[in-house]
Design a protein around this ligand. Structure first.
Ligand code: PLP
Length: 356
């Protein structure tokens, strides 16, 4: 049977060449401070993102939360889009680990402008939380895989600086933004006080993320990483995969972006689902679909599709997400389209209402 997993770009398996790079990696003990491959990755990431230093972390969540823990005090407030990953998918860690509140902003596709940020700033009196950090997510996941235009990030960075806020970018999919947006990752990095990046998403690694920032910030983050249980030993195994990915899997993201549009084009006009964006407007590797209420919940349709070997992920009561990645080629995309059309065709027939 067909088996096409479009739930996320995290589902990829290492390629043969990546396995080989992992097998050959020189290993040490990173907690004891002598892991040559991890050190090599951290230097590479620092340079790539235009920062003094970087830290390898087990997850993107940890990278974001380390930035927050390093910068904020209990009682501080973080400013971020209300659809951001740090609000929806990090188990309220800003509150749990750092004692912080988050002020959620509106804005199209997960983006917002400096004016929105300024409106969320608190006055400096004893009643108010202290505004301390602003976070931009690039690409923006729930917003649709949206790319921040570089000029908009420049403006936000300037506004953050003049408001004395720390500017953090959640760059879990920064490489996608860079390839599709036509700017270098370092062009974004140099605008920030800290930035995270994931190797486990479109870059195709099994595990791993990084946080980049100043020497001081990263020294502090190293201590909190240990506190959070993220000190790793022969993690050069994983760092080798990340180095391989940075050298070989960045430019190819353009294929994933093309495949996302191909997928969307194949579903145009299919009764039962509606594309949130026209195929040519899809910015990166994500396609969001609205599921007709007549078909029941998005999770129900997802289960039906999974029975036919195509996996999408519900991102709301009537919302499904498909994400393209290294392990799906154009042929697999066409198979997925055919399977989805056939399921919807059955489901939308008057007698074919989906039954539980
Ligand atoms: C995936 C993701 C993260 C990190 O997720 P982990 O599963 O903890 O690695 C952070 N931000 C965004 C926008 C993401 O999509």
């Amino acid at each position: 049977m067909t088996s096409i997993d479009l739930r996320s770009d995290t589902v990829t398996r290492p390629t043969a060449a990546m396995w080989e790079a992992m097998r050959r990696a020189e290993l040490g003990d990173d907690v004891l401070g002598d892991e040559p491959t991890v050190s090599a990755l951290e230097s590479k990431v620092a340079a790539l993102l235009g920062h003094e230093a970087a830290l390898f972390t087990p997850s993107g969540t940890m990278a974001n939360q380390l930035a927050i823990r390093c910068v904020c005090e209990a009682g501080d407030e973080i400013i971020a889009h209300r659809e951001s990953h740090i609000i929806h998918y990090e188990t309220a860690a800003p509150a749990a680990l750092s004692g912080c509140a988050i002020a959620g902003l509106d804005g199209p596709g997960g983006l917002f402008d400096p004016e929105e940020m300024r409106r969320a700033l608190r006055g400096r009196d004893i009643h108010s939380p202290r505004s301390r950090m602003v976070v931009a997510e690039n690409t923006h996941n729930r917003g649709g895989g949206t790319i921040w235009p570089l000029e908009q990030l420049q403006e936000l960075s300037r506004a953050a600086r003049s408001a004395e806020l720390h500017f953090h970018v959640d760059g879990a999919r920064l490489a996608n933004a860079s390839v599709a947006g036509g700017y270098a990752m370092r062009d974004v990095g140099t605008l920030t006080d800290s930035i995270s990046i994931c190797f486990s998403k479109g870059l195709g690694c099994p595990v791993g993320s990084a946080l980049a920032g100043s020497h001081d910030l990263i020294t502090r983050a190293r201590r909190f990483r240990k506190m959070f249980g993220g000190g790793m030993r022969q993690s050069g195994l994983l760092a080798a995969a990340a180095i391989w990915a940075l050298d070989h899997h960045v430019d190819r993201l353009a294929h994933d972006h093309a495949n996302a549009r191909r997928f969307a084009r194949g579903l145009v006009g299919t009764p039962g689902v509606e594309l949130e964006l026209a195929p040519d407007a899809i910015p990166t590797n994500m396609v969001f679909l609205r599921v007709a209420p007549a078909l029941g919940a998005a999770s129900h349709l997802a289960a039906r599709l999974a029975d036919r070997g195509v996996r999408l992920i519900p991102m709301g009561p009537q919302r499904l997400r498909a994400v393209t990645h290294l392990d799906v080629d154009a042929h697999a995309i066409d198979e997925a389209i055919a399977a989805i059309r056939s399921v919807l065709d059955e489901a939308m027939r008057p007698s074919g209402t989906i039954r539980r």
